[in-house]
Each structure stands twice: as C-alpha cells, then as structure tokens.
Ligand binder design. Structure first.
Ligand code: ATP
Ligand code: MG
Length: 326
C-alpha cells in the first residue's frame, strides 16, 4: 500500500495547486473533505452538559443506505488520509492523537486497521492499553499514557486509553484499591477529580500542538451478543473470544452510565468525543475516517517550502547527475 506505485496514484489524484490540469481532481478532493465533514459532524460532541447516550442510535448509518458505495468512499477516504498524513509528517509541527474506547466487539480493531491501512508506518504509532502492570500501578494514572503521546509530525492511535480510569475502574471499584492511593485522597469526588485532571491534561496537550479526537464506538447489547456468537461459531474468530468479555457484559448498564457521564464531563471543543454508531461496521469505519480527514484538513498542512538557494542547489545536483555517465 505504501510503495512508490501508491504514491504515484496519490500524485495523480492530488497534484499541486499550481498545475493547470488539477482543477477537477482538486474539486473532487474538496468534495470528499466536505462529505467527510457532513458524515462525521452529527456524531461530534463538544459540550457535554446536555449529552444523553439514548439520543444516539447504535444502528444509525447517517442516512447512507448503500453499503458498497460507502465502502468505495472509505477507500478514497483512506487514500486522502494517507496524503494528509504525509504532509503532517513532512511539516513536522502538529501531532494527532486518535483515542478509541468501546465495549468489547464494537470494532475498535477493525476501525484502527482501516484508518491505518494507507499510512506510512514511520509516521504513526498504535498503543493498546491493557490492565496496568505493577510498574504502571506505582505511578499516577496518566503516566503510561503520557509516554505514548505521539511526537510532532506523527499520528498516534490509542486502543483504549486513560479513559479506562473512569470506566472499568469505576465499574469495578476494587481496581481503584489496587492503585494504592493514599486513603484520604479517595473521596466521593474522585471521579470528578479524574475528569478534571483529564481535561487539564488534554488542554495542556492541545496547547502544545497535539490535536485530540476521541471515538466512542457505540454498540447495542443485541449486536454485541451476535458478534460474540460469531466468535464462538467461526473457528477463525475463536481466538477473539474471551470468557472475561461475557462477564463484563453483565455490567452493561453500569458501563453505559459510566460512558455517558464520561462524555458529559470530558467533551470539549479542543478534544471532542465522536459517538460513532457501531452496529454496522462499514459505517463505523467510514465515520471514523471522515472525522480524521476533517480534523487533518482543518490544520491546512503544507509540505515545507524549499527556498531559492536550496532550489538552485537542487538544480545543480540534478545537472551533475544527468551529466555523470556512470
Ligand atoms: P480485544 O478484546 O479486541 O483484543 P481489548 O482492548 O478488549 O481488545 P483485552 O486484552 O481483551 O483487549 O482487554 C484489555 C482489558 O484491560 C480491558 O478489559 C480493559 O478494561 C482493561 N484495562 C485497560 N486499562 C485499565 C486500567 N487502567 N485499569 C484496569 N483495567 C484496565
Ligand atoms: Mg477484550
């Protein structure tokens, strides 16, 4: 996907603005960005106060009915994402962090795989956050995530994140005990404090050029059951099945409440939540890619300009190479 042939395709589709034959492809590109914005915006939450999870339907497909057409749009979207990421890397000013949170089997892995499918591996990282190690438990809760924040020029994806600290740790309060915090710091307001810490952390990152998008893949309980059964019935999916996932399902209501409250308290303009319907995988992937496209496009990324001196130097090198017979 990332070889020279692929770059050639991109060059043809997205030639520089100065070329006279670029008008049609450029219009197409603008149309795709506009479509991306229209697809993802209805699911963006920038202010949590009035947020209610029940207002979002996990089976929503944003008015799109034609799955094949959507899959084609996703393919074009992934190419565009790859082009934007090249600029992000070359410009080396901004970093972009995409956070994925969801119940089991909601399709985090698939969404991440699709967003990444055209991306230059040198410019990105994926970090999965599992139950913390002893070393991680010995530090404050943002420690392990802070170390994994993408560097300037890079795209970072978190498969789960520090948000687990107000989700699984809230649903299973014994996990909080395992963190061995001083007793006097564990009051009723511990979750409010964590929201505040997270908001401050994200604001700090934003002030330092890290653009944050947070995705909650919103799955229905019925669809989860269907996917679990598939994992049991299809041998190639057996490895994905875990008894622990079924146990977590018993806490469905508590999780939904924790997600709702998390979004109410941490949806901000600078680090919005996207509540992405997850019952139809094809739409989930399209909506995630669309949100990423819109965010990257809004940065007006540019390849670094080569100054006159450098251009002269490059012309000389070119001449020398052409005249060298070896
Ligand atoms: P998949 O099941 O698709 O492979 P996953 O993200 O569910 O991916 P698992 O290894 O099944 O990966 O689960 C990781 C587990 O780690 C989750 O149950 C999650 O809630 C838990 N976890 C993550 N962060 C923390 C945390 N800070 N404290 C306690 N548990 C955590
Ligand atoms: Mg799991």
């Amino acid at each position: 996907m990332c070889g020279p042939g692929f770059l050639f395709t991109i060059k043809q589709e997205f030639p520089p603005r100065t070329s006279r034959i670029t008008l049609r492809p450029l219009m197409k590109l603008k149309k795709l960005v506009k479509e991306a914005a229209e697809t993802s915006r209805p699911f963006r939450v920038t202010k949590g106060e009035d947020f209610r999870l029940k207002d979002y339907d996990p089976a929503d497909t944003g008015g799109l009915k034609d799955k094949d057409k959507a899959i084609n749009t996703l393919k074009r979207g992934v190419k565009l994402l790859s082009h934007l990421q090249e600029k992000l890397y070359a410009q080396d000013r901004w970093a972009v962090l995409l956070i994925f949170q969801a119940m089991d089997a909601a399709g985090k892995d698939g969404a991440i795989k699709h967003v990444m499918s055209g991306i230059n591996p040198q410019g990105c990282s994926v970090t999965a956050f599992k139950a913390p190690s002893q070393e991680e438990l010995d530090h404050e809760f943002l420690w392990r995530a802070h170390k994994a924040i993408p560097e300037r020029g890079k795209l970072g994806l978190f498969n789960r994140s520090y948000y687990e600290e107000v989700l699984v740790v809230r649903v299973h309060e014994e996990l909080l005990e395992a963190q061995r915090l001083p007793k006097e710091l564990i009051g009723k307001d511990i979750w409010e404090k964590r929201y505040e810490d997270i908001n401050n952390f994200e604001e700090y990152l934003t002030h330092n050029g890290v653009v944050i998008l947070k995705f909650f893949l919103h799955l229905s309980k019925g669809e989860q059951k269907k996917r679990f059964l598939e994992r049991l019935e299809m041998s190639e999916k057996n490895w994905k099945f875990s008894m622990a996932d079924v146990k977590e399902r018993e806490h469905w209501k508590d999780y939904q409440k924790a997600y709702e409250e998390m979004i109410q308290n941490t949806a901000t303009k600078h680090a919005p939540w996207y509540v992405i319907p997850a019952d139809n995988k094809w739409f989930t992937r399209l909506a995630v890619a669309a949100a990423a496209i819109e965010a990257l496009d809004s940065l007006h990324l540019q390849f670094p300009e080569v100054d006159k001196e450098k251009k002269k130097e490059l012309a000389k090198v070119r001449e020398a190479l052409l005249h060298n017979k070896e």
